[in-house]
Structures are given as structure tokens and as C-alpha cells.
Design a protein around this ligand. Structure first.
Ligand SMILES: [Zn+2]
Length: 252
């Protein structure tokens, strides 16, 4: 059982993990706690989404949708890779989670296919949510900066709470409402070139980060080291070389 991060804890955790972020006006007080009459939490995991649109910051923070009051996440992650914090309270992002998938996240076990028959849980009560900018058409690409920030963001939450990467999930893994997010190709990460996004890969990358200090950065594509510039030789060095050559000639 974990209390949700306070604004100060969000800032500290993200900074330590090397996440660039900004704070959307009112994010420390904005939330949907009143809808349930109790405060957000205890928290049990980090749920990941794609926006299925572009420039969604305003709708996520203050606009909402006709059927869903804002905020629609705790954080927005655009293509630039700079996270925008929009809420630290209860947010409308998870909807109904299947009990079997939810329990697996809490226990950090492999997540089974979400089954409505197992019962449902209101994921908004206990899951952090990040909306990562992507059209979700399977073609739109997550940028390298965006994916790197995404891994760092999830690791920051896990590290703060003492969780493993098993506490990281995708909306498609919990939803009983047919959600498919997040998905789409990734431009690259570390030494890896373009690859297809999967929650398995995101969790593996978060797990790798958690093995290192928060300040760690993944190795990037290795560039060949620059050729050594020859040091101008001194008169003495040149004479020694000459001597060696003469000696070698004499031996012939
Ligand atoms: Zn979603």
C-alpha cells in the first residue's frame, strides 16, 4: 500500500531519473477525488496510454470529453519528450480494469488477458496514468526522446514506491472496454533502432533502468573513437628512431 506521490515527491523523483518536465497550471490541486468522496490512492501501479490524437494537452488537463470530466491523466508526454504534469490526484484515465489483470499488477505477476468475468475494479482509484502523444494508427511513431522519457517516467514512479517493472501496465492489458493503447512504432532507444512498441519491451526497459542508479542513461549507438592525432616527435625521438634503423642496417 502506497500513498500517491505529493507534488514535491513527483518533482524529486522525475528530476532524479533525468525526466524533463513542466507543470501545468493547477496540477497540484486538480483531480477527481470528489467523484468518489475519498482521496486518490492507495496507489498500485502505473498505467500507460496513447492519446490517439495530437496536441491533446488542454483536453487532458482541463477539457475532458463529453462523457468524461478532466483531468484525463496525471501526465502528458508529447513527442518532444518533455513531460507535462497535469494532476497529482484522482484522474479519469483507466476506466474499468479487469480484476484478474489488476490483481496481477498489484502482485507484480505476468498480466493475464483481462477478463470481465473475473470482476472489475475502478482503475482510477489506484493507478497513475500517462497519456503519450501518438495517433495510435499503428503508423505514427514515438520519437526517441519521447520513448526515453517514457521509460524514465515509469522508472521514477517505481523507484519512488519501491516497485518493480511489474507495476507498469498498458491500458490494453487491463481494460474490459476494448482499449488498444498504447501501440505504434518507436523511432529508437539506446542502441536500438526502430522497433514495434510493446508493453513487454517497455517493462524490460524500465526493469533495466531500475538495475542502475536513477542518474543512469542507456548506452547509445557507439560511434568509432576519433583517430589518434600523431604527436610531433622531438629531435631526440627522431634521432633514436634513426639510430635504430642504422643499427638494423648494420646487422644485415
Ligand atoms: Zn487509454
Amino acid at each position: 500500500m502506497s500513498d500517491p506521490m505529493t507534488p514535491a515527491e513527483w518533482r524529486t523523483a522525475l528530476k532524479a531519473e533525468g525526466v524533463r518536465f513542466t507543470e501545468y497550471d493547477g496540477w497540484t490541486t486538480r483531480g477527481r477525488d470528489a467523484a468518489t468522496g475519498k482521496p486518490f490512492g492507495p496507489v498500485h501501479g502505473s498505467l500507460n496510454h496513447h492519446t490517439a490524437g495530437s496536441n491533446s494537452l488542454k483536453s487532458i488537463a482541463t477539457g475532458g470529453r463529453p462523457d468524461l470530466p478532466p483531468p484525463l491523466a496525471h501526465a502528458y508526454l508529447p513527442k518532444s519528450g518533455t513531460v507535462v504534469l497535469v494532476s497529482c490526484h484522482r484522474a479519469n484515465h483507466a476506466g474499468l480494469a479487469a480484476r484478474n489483470a489488476y490483481d496481477a499488477i498489484v502482485a507484480e505477476k505476468p498480466i493475464p488477458k483481462p477478463s470481465r468475468a473475473s470482476g472489475t475494479v475502478d482503475g482510477n482509484d489506484s493507478l497513475y496514468g500517462v497519456e503519450t502523444e501518438n495517433l495510435g494508427d499503428g503508423k505514427d511513431t514515438y520519437t526517441r526522446e519521447q520513448y526515453d522519457a517514457w521509460v524514465r517516467y515509469n522508472a521514477a514512479i517505481c523507484r519512488h514506491h519501491g516497485w518493480g517493472a511489474g507495476s507498469v501496465a498498458g491500458h490494453l492489458e487491463t481494460s474490459v472496454e476494448g482499449k488498444v493503447d498504447p501501440r505504434g512504432p518507436v523511432e529508437g532507444y539506446g542502441t536500438r533502432g526502430r522497433f514495434t512498441f510493446s508493453m513487454t519491451q517497455l517493462r524490460a526497459d524500465v526493469a533495466e533502468r531500475l538495475k542502475h542508479a536513477a542518474s543512469w542513461s542507456p548506452p547509445t549507438k557507439s560511434t568509432p573513437p576519433p583517430a589518434p592525432t600523431p604527436r610531433p616527435s622531438t629531435v631526440e625521438e627522431r634521432l633514436t628512431a634513426l639510430e635504430k634503423r642504422v643499427t638494423a642496417l648494420e646487422k644485415k
